[in-house]
Design a protein around this ligand. Structure first.
Ligand SMILES: [Zn+2]
Ligand SMILES: [Zn+2]
Length: 182
């Protein structure tokens, strides 16, 4: 997961509406199941010579199966906002808020007022700069955008990001996953 730290400004009732919508947005969250191969069989019945030893299974090599779950973005109101979503969903987070992607296209310039405040807060909070994306990446992100967020009368300025750890987690009987930490 990644935390996108935002600064907000807006009309109160619009802001309340924004909070409700952001709290109910769903994002696809991918992780790799280390106990199930993409062919559906467990790793133990694979070897380096024949691959999967199950009869008629064409699988040549064990590869963890990718599984996708929908997770709700977690909105944590502090003075600023931290919005926790899967790291590769930042473009989706931007497109669902309409005009936001403009600022994060490769080569785009931040508006001066957000630049100065943004720089100071980012330094103070030890955040990384917001990544930028291509138009193609934003077009792709639209496919994961299940719901647009009404943005009338308010503005959101993403300031930067804070990345979580990534690595294997053992859930015991429920499996072992290579994943972003929640
Ligand atoms: Zn396999
Ligand atoms: Zn198999």
């Amino acid at each position: 997961m990644v935390s996108v730290i935002c600064m907000t400004r807006g009309v109160e009732q619009q802001f309340e509406q924004w909070k409700r919508f952001m709290g109910s947005q769903m994002f696809p969250w991918k992780r790799k199941n280390l106990k199930v191969c993409k062919c559906g069989h467990p790793p133990e019945i694979h070897d380096d010579i024949k691959g999967c030893k199950t009869e008629k299974c064409p699988c040549l090599k064990f590869e963890p199966r990718e599984e996708v779950m929908r997770v709700a973005g977690t909105l944590r109101p502090i003075q600023l906002f931290e919005y926790v979503i899967p790291a590769d969903c930042i473009p989706t987070f931007l497109v669902m808020q309409g005009s936001l992607p403009m600022s994060f296209l490769h080569g785009a310039k931040m508006r001066p007022e957000t630049n100065v405040i943004g720089w100071a807060l980012r330094k103070g909070m030890g955040l990384k700069k917001m990544p930028t994306y291509s138009q193609k990446e934003f077009d792709e992100a639209l496919k994961n955008c299940y719901q647009h967020v009404p943005m009338d009368g308010m503005a959101v300025y993403p300031l930067g990001i804070k990345e979580d750890k990534f690595g294997p987690i053992d859930f015991g009987p429920e499996g072992k996953y290579d994943q972003e930490w929640l």
